[in-house]
Design a protein around this ligand. Structure first.
Ligand SMILES: Nc1ncnc2c1ncn2[C@@H]1O[C@H](COP(=O)(O)OP(=O)(O)O)[C@@H](O)[C@H]1O
Ligand SMILES: CC(=O)N[C@@H](CCC(=O)OP(=O)(O)O)C(=O)O
Length: 273
């Protein structure tokens, strides 16, 4: 078993949804048992909502947001702002010790601009996503300092380069890169569906276990669309780099988070090589 922390990624929908208290209680219990835990979170729905309120038109291609300067401002306000604060508050209420961070907090997430790429669902030409980054480093010393003292780092999915340029990064990508670089014992991606589904409109059609080949086929056949595409792509890339298993779970009750890690496939979908 890897010795590193458990990495838990929460989608924006989850942070402000009805299951947050149960998740916070599970995190507090894991931490109380001595397991180091690191949280990574998104805030996609909150960003989309604020963009619309400000008269911007959100552009999301292949599950990733095209990010101009105005969009980046919205990401700072929502992801590193409201979502991070609300998540930390929920964890405080559960009796644990969160510390809110973002990429520019001592370069916790060191990033560089994502080069233009052809993406599934984006047509034949390479797409330039603007201020969207790829993770090139993680301040593991800072995270280790905090977890060793019983704190729970809570990382918003913004990256920074050494010059202080900021980047929007898909939160699943941040979580996967953090898992690789901290030699995580488990990575759990908590979303608003109960796992990867055969039929997205039927919550009971959960796929318990998925291999890389299954994942590729599900994307090609259109069984998997929208935000689930980057989630699978980034997760299988992390597995290729040594993360042993990634758990995609959702709609959690008390105890489900620990169960997903201890009994893979019992809750959600476990991705394996
Ligand atoms: N086959 C599928 N199984 C589950 N979810 C799917 C599937 N195909 C598309 N999706 C969509 O992916 C979404 C989860 O991705 P995303 O919205 O990015 O989540 P998060 O914000 O938690 O990262 C689901 O809400 C669902 O609409
Ligand atoms: C580049 C890119 O697409 N970034 C994401 C970051 C937020 C995110 O990933 O939020 P969820 O986890 O709630 O989906 C976005 O702008 O929506």
């Amino acid at each position: 078993m890897n010795k590193g922390p458990v990495i838990i990624k929460l989608g924006g929908e989850v942070v402000q949804g009805p299951h947050m208290a149960a998740i916070a209680a599970d995190v507090a219990e894991m931490r109380a048992e001595g397991t180091p835990v690191v949280l990574v979170h998104g805030g996609g729905p909150q960003a989309t909502d604020l963009q619309k309120r400000l008269g911007q038109t959100p552009k999301i291609v292949g599950g990733r947001r095209i990010t101009d300067q105005d969009t980046l401002e919205v990401m700072k306000m929502t992801v590193a702002g409201k979502v991070n604060v609300d998540l930390c508050a929920a964890l405080v209420a559960a009796g644990t010790k969160p510390v809110g961070l973002h990429g520019a907090s001592a370069c916790t997430v060191l990033a560089t601009k994502r080069p233009a790429k052809v993406v599934v669902g984006g047509g034949p030409d390479p797409i330039d996503f603007g201020f969207v980054g790829d993770v090139i480093g993680v301040n593991d010393a800072l995270i280790a300092l905090l977890t060793a003292d019983g704190y729970v780092p809570v990382l918003a999915c913004l990256g920074s380069d050494a010059k202080g340029n900021l980047f929007n990064i898909n939160a699943d990508a941040v979580a996967n890169q953090v898992a690789i670089r901290l030699d995580a014992r488990a990575l759990v991606l908590v979303t608003d569906v109960p796992g990867v589904l055969r039929d997205v409109s039927d919550p009971s059609s959960r796929i318990g276990k998925m291999t890389l080949e299954d994942g590729k086929r599900a994307i090609e056949e259109g069984v998997v669309t929208k935000g689930m595409i980057p989630k699978l792509e980034e997760s299988f890339a992390a597995i290729a780099e040594g993360v042993r298993a990634v758990h995609i779970v959702g709609r959690l009750s008390r105890g489900d988070l620990a169960r997903a890690v201890e009994e893979p496939g019992s809750v959600g979908t476990v991705l394996v090589a």
